[in-house]
Design a protein around this ligand. Structure first.
Ligand SMILES: *[C@@H]1O[C@H](CO)[C@@H](O)[C@H](O)[C@H]1NC(C)=O
Ligand SMILES: *[C@@H]1O[C@H](CO)[C@@H](O)[C@H](O)[C@H]1NC(C)=O
Length: 489
């Protein structure tokens, strides 16, 4: 059997298990981010005066479209019989925060590549708030550059902007996550009327700055994962109705303690008001994307989530309001989450992420010989990463990285994690690192460079004149990459 056939067979076997996987990337059009936060959500907050609006009943909740922008990516329903290939992930390479114009050009950056992840299913980008020319441009870029990679499986869904509910009474860009998702559920999948067709699909919700490295599945029995809870207290290993999953984030029970749940659920009694601390700690601990649930459960969450998020934000007008509201919604519905650490790596200093997976890999292999089975599922690149003068930050990637003329990133040497004990950032900041930090930094820098190069190569192969396109692996953030540590050798 040839390699390709074997791969296809594996996919078919997996398809027997998973009827459909829907991956949704949710993003705000032209959203500007800063480097201050560490959970991947960054926003300038405008505190609101409390005005006690009535509880927003989920059924009637209809956000008023208002014209700023948001983008998101959704993967929707998989046609069970058309299996060819699998791997699609998205690299939205965010433009620099200060300069990013609110236009679709930014989305050109949001490039899909075909990494070794092997993820199956449909991928939909849910983009909220692009209007007029920006909206059309986004459609066009998507059609020209993204769809051809895998026409059956890559989709774009644009929604109105919900970042500015009630005429600015609640101004918060991240409203676009719950409302954008809800819009997609109702307008693309046809919920609630059409629920029977999709209820058993698996929906995975990712942030736009997450790159898929290892495919998600609905059964984690045999996969390399680390979990928040020891086996005895863990909920499940399989995504099914009543058993959703999420990545652990560090905000613990802040969602309960910092928000007045009585205020949030003032429309009626909620189990959240009587939630036992231990139950909360085990199943509704700080969590965030990737979120995975059956479409039935995800829609239930999304409905409640969008119903309560304006009130959560009113009571707690902070960056985290949208994530806190997700937890409240899950707890309100009694949808116990199994919380994984290994779905994501993002912040080298953070506990509860997939870093222990790196322990199984030697420092010399962390850059170019990393085994796929030990990958965290996604890297969430919302920080700066560096080792020696090898550096990566989404804000510093040149805007034309995905183009015919821009060079590719130079690849770090395989022994980069061993060679350097410090990181030197382009702004001259120097940081001494311990062994663990060096390995983790090297992993992030190397994985991002490899994914960004892959995306650029794909673009060049398909859109540029081969004779003149720049395939040189030469881009670095320093002219001279040597450091005093090299000079010693
Ligand atoms: C997990 O591994 C066991 C033992 O090899 C096997 O019987 C089982 O089918 C596997 N489960 C999945 C979901 O792959
Ligand atoms: C790539 O590098 C080669 C060798 O240095 C050089 O001749 C060529 O002009 C470069 N290509 C581009 C497009 O810059």
């Amino acid at each position: 059997m040839r390699g390709n056939d074997r791969k296809l067979l594996q996919i078919l076997l997996l398809w027997a298990i998973i009827t459909a996987i829907i991956v949704a990337y949710v993003e705000t059009c032209g959203m500007e981010q800063d480097e201050s936060g560490n959970s991947g959500f960054h926003i300038q907050l405008t505190p609101q005066a409390s005005s006690s609006p009535a509880f927003l009943p989920v059924e009637k909740q209809e956000a008023k479209p208002h014209p700023p922008p948001t983008e998101a990516i959704t993967i929707h329903r998989t046609e069970t019989h058309k299996t060819t290939k699998t791997t699609i992930s998205t690299i939205p390479k965010n433009a620099s925060p200060k300069k990013a114009p609110k236009k679709a050009a930014r989305t050109r950056d949001a490039t899909y590549h075909q990494p070794p992840s092997g993820q199956e299913g449909h991928i939909t980008r849910i983009a909220s708030g692009c209007e007029g020319k920006t909206k059309t441009e986004l459609e066009q870029i998507f059609k020209d550059e993204i769809t051809p990679m895998n026409p059956d499986r890559l989709h774009l869904h644009q929604t109105p902007d919900y970042g500015n509910l009630h005429n600015g009474e609640y101004e918060y860009k991240y409203f676009n996550k719950p409302f954008g998702l809800r819009h997609w559920f109702e307008n693309v999948l046809g919920y609630p009327e059409n629920h029977a067709e999709h209820d058993d699909s698996i929906v995975i919700v990712l942030d736009p700055d997450q790159i898929l490295l290892r495919p998600f599945t609905n059964d984690f029995s045999n996969s390399s994962e680390t979990w928040r809870l020891p086996e005895k207290r863990r909920h499940k290993l399989k995504v099914e109705h009543g058993s959703p999953f999420a990545q652990q984030y560090q905000y613990a029970l802040g969602w309960m303690e910092q928000v007045d749940q009585k205020f949030v659920f003032q429309g009626g009694p909620s189990p959240v008001l009587k939630l036992d601390k231990k139950e909360a700690d085990d199943y509704y601990y700080g969590m965030g994307p990737p979120y995975i649930a059956t479409a039935k459960d995800m829609y239930a969450i999304v409905k409640t989530w969008s119903g309560i998020v304006p009130r959560v934000h009113e009571n707690f007008p902070e960056l985290m309001a949208e994530m806190y509201a997700f937890n409240s919604a899950a707890a309100h519905l009694g949808l116990r989450h199994t919380i994984a650490c290994s779905f994501m790596v993002s912040d080298i200093a953070a506990y509860g992420e997939g870093w222990p997976l790196l322990d199984k890999v030697e420092a010399k292999d962390v850059c170019h010989n990393y085994p796929q089975s030990e990958y965290p599922h996604v890297i969430h690149y919302c920080q700066r990463y560096g080792i020696g003068k090898w550096f990566m930050s989404k804000y510093k990637v040149r805007k034309d990285h995905i183009s015919c003329q821009a060079p590719l990133f130079k690849n770090p040497p395989a022994d980069v994690a061993i060679k350097y004990t410090k990181s030197i950032y382009p702004n001259k900041e120097v940081k001494k690192m311990n062994k663990k930090e060096r390995k983790e930094s090297a992993f992030m820098v190397c994985s991002m460079i490899s994914a960004l190069n892959e995306a650029a190569i794909y673009y060049k192969d398909n859109n540029c004149d081969k004779a003149t396109a720049n395939y040189n692996y030469t881009f670095t953030f320093f002219k001279d990459m040597r450091t005093d540590e090299d000079k010693k050798h």
